[in-house]
Design a protein around this ligand. Structure first.
Ligand code: GDP
Ligand code: MG
Length: 222
């Protein structure tokens, strides 16, 4: 069972993208479930999304990478038992840490006989709000970018070249290795490519040594 997380700050467009990507994967014949751990601008209408042929679960009461990591693992185990998804697309809360979410997902292996794989970690960067993001919530945004395999510079339909360029420069500076794509879910730009990345590629499993190194980079060695 493959877990695909779409990280990004509140309002960056996670729910909007997740639904379009899930539909695309269902159209490609995949069994898809979605798990949403967020109260966002756009609430997921479970009746509608399930009518697309996928399974949807909502989780509240804390962040699935920390406070309710155990519930998240249970939810994945139940999804496996009842639905056997190929892919579970996860919308973490805007404050979740990608490595923590990988670890929490792997806990489900203790409950059901399934191996967890990870799709590349996707982090959305809202190019229309890049300057605000760098001011008030910089540390979280930096963490999500640092741990991304692919950064999606989003809402390019409503942004401008200068802000898009600033978003890309920021990503390059924080995470020189990650891929960068410009997308606009509203214009359908990048949706098929993102579905392809989730379906065809993988990311490493949780590794305590890697997480320790990331934390050291972030908080210093003290
Ligand atoms: N212009 C533009 N707005 C978008 C796009 N994707 C999402 N939005 C808007 O951004 C806002 C937040 O989207 P949402 O998916 O709820 O973000 P989340 O909080 O990260 O889940 C909503 O008003 C969306 O309509 C896009 O591609 N272009
Ligand atoms: Mg949302």
């Amino acid at each position: 069972m493959k877990i695909a997380q779409i990280a990004g700050f509140l309002g960056s467009g996670k729910t909007t993208l997740l639904i379009e990507v899930a539909k695309e994967l269902v159209a490609r014949g995949k069994r898809v479930a979605i798990v949403v751990n967020d109260v966002g601008e756009i609430n997921v209408d479970f009746k509608i999304v399930e009518s697309y042929g996928l399974r949807a679960k909502e989780m509240s009461g804390g962040c699935i990478c920390c406070e309710i990591a155990g519930n998240f693992a249970n939810t994945l185990a139940l999804l496996w038992t009842n639905f056997k998804p190929d892919i579970v697309i996860v919308e973490p809360s805007g404050v979740a840490i990608p490595w923590g979410l990988k670890r929490a997902a792997e806990y489900s292996e203790a409950e059901v006989p399934v191996t967890i794989e990870h799709a590349p970690v996707l982090t959305l960067v809202d190019s229309t709000r890049i300057d605000t993001l760098l001011g008030t919530v910089r540390r979280l945004v930096v963490t999500q970018i640092r741990e991304a395999d692919v950064c999606l510079i989003n809402k390019v339909d409503a942004s401008d070249d200068a802000r898009i360029k600033r978003s890309e420069d920021l990503v390059r500076e924080i995470n020189p290795k990650c891929e960068i794509m410009r997308i606009s879910t509203h214009k359908g730009m990048g949706v098929k490519e993102v579905a392809g990345i989730i379906a065809d590629r993988t990311s490493s499993r949780y590794d305590e040594a890697v997480e320790r190194e990331l934390l050291r980079q972030e908080y210093g060695s003290g």
